[in-house]
Each structure stands twice: as C-alpha cells, then as structure tokens.
Design a binder for this molecule. Structure first.
Ligand SMILES: C[S@@+](CC[C@H](N)C(=O)[O-])C[C@H]1O[C@@H](n2cnc3c(N)ncnc32)[C@H](O)[C@@H]1O
Ligand code: SF4
Length: 367
C-alpha cells in the first residue's frame, strides 16, 4: 500500500491554512505516505483532527490539481450491467428487467489489468455498479479477479438478491477488502418505496440482515428527495439501530428515467444533518458521509471532488458517472492506452464544490 519514499512532516506555527502543514507539535514525525491522497490523524489536546494531504513523486507536499491526476488510476467505477430486478421511478441509468446490457468478464479483466498497470503503488478501488450487479453471471469471478489484483472492491447494490446467494458466495463477500453499499432511501415503506417501488423496503431490510451476519463492512446510501428530506436524520437513527457504520447520500438528479426537477440543495441537506453529526451519539456515523468529505476538502483548500473513469455497461467510458457527451472519452472497444490516459485539468472545474458549502461545513461541524 505504501511506497518506500519517506516524508518528514515538520509541524509549523503559526498554523497556515494555505500550506499543507499541520499544527505545531514538538516532535518531528516520519510517515511513509502512499503517492496521492492520504488521511492523517493527529490527536491534539485529546481531540482527533483529520487532515487530508497529497504528495507527488518528488515528495513535495502539494494540493490541488495533482490530486486529480493521481485519482484517475486510484478509483474506477464499472457498471457491469444495465439489467435490474427493480425499475425505480428515478433511475438515472434507466435500468430495468428487460434491458440486457452486460460487460463481459473478459472486458472487465482487461480494464482492471490496464488500470492496475498504471498504478504507482496506491491502494486502488474498484466500484461495481449497474443495474443490479448480482444479476451478472460472472459477478463473483469479477470480484475474485479484482481482489487477486489487490483492488478494494466496493459493490453498489439494491440489496434485494443478497438472501438468495449461495453460502460460498456470501462467504466471498465477507472478504475484508470488500465493502457493500446498499441503497435504502427511507426509514419506512412510505419513504423508501416512493421512488423504488412497492414491497421493496422489507426486501432490502431482509438483505441487510442476511449480509450483516457475514460482514460488518456495509454502508447505506440514500437518494434524498422530496419525500424523505424533511426527516432525513432518521436515516442516521436507522443505521445506528441496525449497527451500520457508514451512510452517504446523493441528491436526486434529473436524467435517465428521472424527469423530476429537484429543488433540494446540498446546503439544505447539510443544514439538516450537521446538527446531528455534532451530537456524540451520531458522530461515529460521520465516516464515509458527504459532510466529512466537504470538511476535508475545505481543510486543505482542495475544492474539487476526485475524478475517476466510469465504464458504462454499453462499453462507453466517461470521466465521472456524469454520463454526458462532454464527459465521454471513448469506448472499451478502443485502445486502452489512448482511452485511459487523459490530462484532466479542463475537466476539474466540473467537479468543483461550491465554496459556500465548504465554508458552511467547516464553520458548523464540530470535530
Ligand atoms: C443506478 S444505481 C445501481 C446500483 C443498484 N441497483 C442500486 O440501486 O444501488 C446506483 C446508485 O444511483 C442512485 N440513483 C439512481 N437514480 C438516481 C437519481 N436520479 N439521482 C440520484 N441518484 C440516483 C441509486 O439510488 C444508487 O444508489
Ligand atoms: S436505481 Fe438501482 S435498483 Fe433502481 S432501477 Fe436503477 S439500477 Fe435498479
């Protein structure tokens, strides 16, 4: 995971937010960072502070654009199929039961081999999504192959098929390098099923209870919309009651089957959530949440979210899962050397986070 390069951090005073230093400490501390982003935890007056940093091949700590270059090979998202057992009213991919788009195991292997070959020592993350990944006949071969290459595998699923998996398949999902992200949009039938369809709430809960016996590496992901927004903190309570450690959200986006224009903003959501994260009871839910990400971005003045390649189940490749002509970089049918080797400085502005959001989080979040 770590390169052999050593980096000496000398803590500087006065504390300068524009520099990637950290607060004054008496001792020098040596750490060996991986190239790219790393999180750095400091215990200061018994309070844990989290820092995000990046370093380059010449070992100078840098921020900003460098991060994006590094991230292009650190994260890859592959939508292996557009087939789905559900037909959610808002599905941005337009997935459903009659669509039959699959990326073959061979294609996925080729992509992973190539991305792996571009890696400079980072821990790489593969996110598998769809459609519903557990409808792909080779899903477990894909997972095994990615693990054998050293990827951390994140699986985005609606959770409904988990109870129907065989024992050996469930056991594979208990690998410590697998994280399951399960979509749950509400704390009851009314809120969850509003877009995701009737009789789905209990099925997802059944899936969650089944997989929780096998692994604790589970997170919930919620699309925030007009039906669940006003009491969205109830998702945190639900996670606590189910002993789920991480929760993240998307806000409803137009596209695919989703024609509704959403009026909820990221700031609206943060205003609702931060008072909860500031309570001891909910603080442990902060890991993995959008709130922490915004906090960390602002902390080091990196106001862009990372960029990554997204491979669509039809073989087209995009920068990020924003599947637009502007973001399309080619297709997996082309030469990978040309496809996955972009300079991305012109793409970065589209990943900028509004500075109001960053400032709001930093001023209100008590960590
Ligand atoms: C397309 S789904 C595929 C994976 C799996 N079927 C699932 O639902 O988790 C990936 C993620 O996109 C989210 N999503 C789908 N349509 C969306 C929309 N219109 N706006 C925001 N997020 C959306 C889903 O809730 C899910 O978390
Ligand atoms: S959001 Fe996920 S579960 Fe719902 S239709 Fe789309 S792919 Fe299927």
């Amino acid at each position: 995971m770590f390169s052999t390069r050593r980096l000496v951090l000398t803590y500087t005073q006065p504390y300068d937010k524009n520099k990637l230093g950290v607060r004054k400490r008496k001792e020098k501390r040596q750490i060996t960072p991986e190239r790219g982003i790393f999180l750095f935890f400091v215990f200061f007056n018994n309070k844990k502070r989290v820092y995000i940093m990046s370093n380059s091949s010449d070992n100078k700590i840098k921020s900003g654009y460098l991060l994006a270059d590094v991230d292009l090979y650190t994260n890859i998202v592959i939508s292996i199929t557009n087939l789905c057992n559900l037909s959610c009213g808002y599905c941005i991919r337009g997935s459903g039961p009659i669509i039959k788009e699959f990326l073959s195991f061979k294609t996925v292997k080729n992509i992973l081999n190539f991305i792996k070959s571009r890696n400079s020592g980072n821990r790489q993350i593969l996110q598998l999504t769809g459609g519903e990944v557990f409808l792909h006949k080779d899903i477990f071969n894909i997972i095994k192959y990615a693990l054998s290459l050293g990827f951390l595998v994140r699986i985005q699923t609606n959770g409904i098929l988990l109870p129907s998996l065989k024992q050996n398949e469930l056991e594979l999902l208990s690998d410590k390098n697998i994280v399951l992200k399960i979509s749950l949009d509400g704390w009851d039938e009314e809120t969850h099923e509003f877009y995701r369809g009737k009789k789905t709430f209990k099925k997802v809960l059944r899936g969650l209870i089944c997989i929780r016996k096998i692994t604790s590496q589970i997170g919930l992901k919620t699309v925030i919309h007009e039906k669940n927004f006003s009491k969205i903190h109830k998702m945190l309570d639900l996670c606590l009651s189910l002993n789920i450690k991480s929760w993240s959200h998307n806000i409803l986006k137009q596209g695919g089957r989703c024609l509704n224009k959403n009026t909820i903003t990221e700031l609206d959501v943060l205003e609702k959530l931060i008072p909860y994260y500031n309570k001891t009871k909910y603080r442990k839910m902060l890991g993995g949440s959008n709130v922490l990400i915004y906090y960390l971005l602002n902390y080091q003045r990196l106001n862009s979210l990372p960029i990554y390649y997204f491979v669509h189940s039809n073989g087209n490749v995009y920068l990020t899962d924003n599947v637009t002509d502007k973001n399309k970089v080619g297709s997996v049918k082309e030469d990978f050397k040309k496809l996955f080797c972009l300079k991305n400085s012109e793409i970065i502005p589209s990943r900028r986070v509004d500075s109001k959001i960053l400032e709001y989080v930093e001023s209100k979040l008590l960590i």
